[in-house]
Design a protein. Structure first.
Length: 237
């Protein structure tokens, strides 16, 4: 009788690896952020699997596995899209006054520009962050700065030149934090730990405010550099 009532041994994460991989593949279509050339769905997959592994103890094994990991996968993809793009995208996206890609129905110029207060705030605080995050936006922005359109634009070399200026402008710790945030896919908690930030606020991760302020500093400094120097490198240079 006792043997019949004995509970089944708990399944380990490794034993369910194939199920997890299949569940992630089924949600592949939700990842549409192809503008980031250094961060693809393989990276997304690894991040999700690590997260599931960390949360494995929270799965009630009396319930089916697939619905539980399905919610985690969906939430993680949404969070990654938000963190890499959504937090920086301009307010015109989804605005009722937006007409086409760059036009606006309420500005005097009929363009999406700083005549709109929301656009002006985004341009001052978040635009550079978007340009640092996505290849396409940097290409467009470089064309604006150089006052010419280039078909042989060298993205990697141009970003490298920007980083050379950033390294001169920032102290060593700040430059390392800048690289971690924008190029190494480190989360804010890792950067806060590197910088030695702490917090006394309840329900706030250590260094939440400090890292947020760092991002603003980096974005402002990068914008100043891109306005002051020609950092575009062409394939023929």
């Amino acid at each position: 009788m006792n043997s019949l009532m004995k509970k089944k041994p708990k399944q380990k994460f490794e034993e369910c690896a194939d199920i997890i991989d299949d569940a992630i593949r089924r949600q592949r279509s939700k990842w549409q952020l192809d503008a980031i050339n250094w961060f693809d769905f393989d990276d997304v997959t690894q991040i999700i699997k690590i997260h599931i592994h960390k949360k494995w103890h929270m799965w009630d094994q009396e319930r089916p596995l697939e619905p539980w990991i399905g919610r985690i996968i969906s939430n993680q993809i949404r969070n990654l899209v938000r963190n890499h793009y959504g937090n920086y995208t301009k307010p015109c996206n989804g605005c009722q006054f937006s007409v086409g890609d760059r036009q606006c129905a309420i500005t005097a110029s009929n363009l999406q520009d700083s005549q709109c207060k929301l656009y002006e705030k985004w341009e001052n605080q978040k635009k550079v962050g978007l340009e640092l995050k996505t290849t396409l936006s940097i290409e467009n922005h470089m064309s604006e700065i150089s006052s010419r359109v280039s078909e042989d634009f060298c993205y990697d070399s141009s970003v490298e030149r920007l980083n050379q200026y950033m390294e001169k402008e920032l102290n060593p710790n700040h430059y390392r934090a800048y690289k971690m945030l924008f190029f190494e896919n480190c989360d804010e908690e890792e950067v806060a730990k590197f910088m030695g930030y702490k917090t006394n606020e309840k329900k706030r991760k250590a260094g939440y405010r400090q890292v947020k302020n760092l991002k603003k500093i980096f974005q402002t400094r990068a914008e100043e550099i891109m306005k002051k120097f020609d950092i575009i490198i062409h394939e023929s240079d």
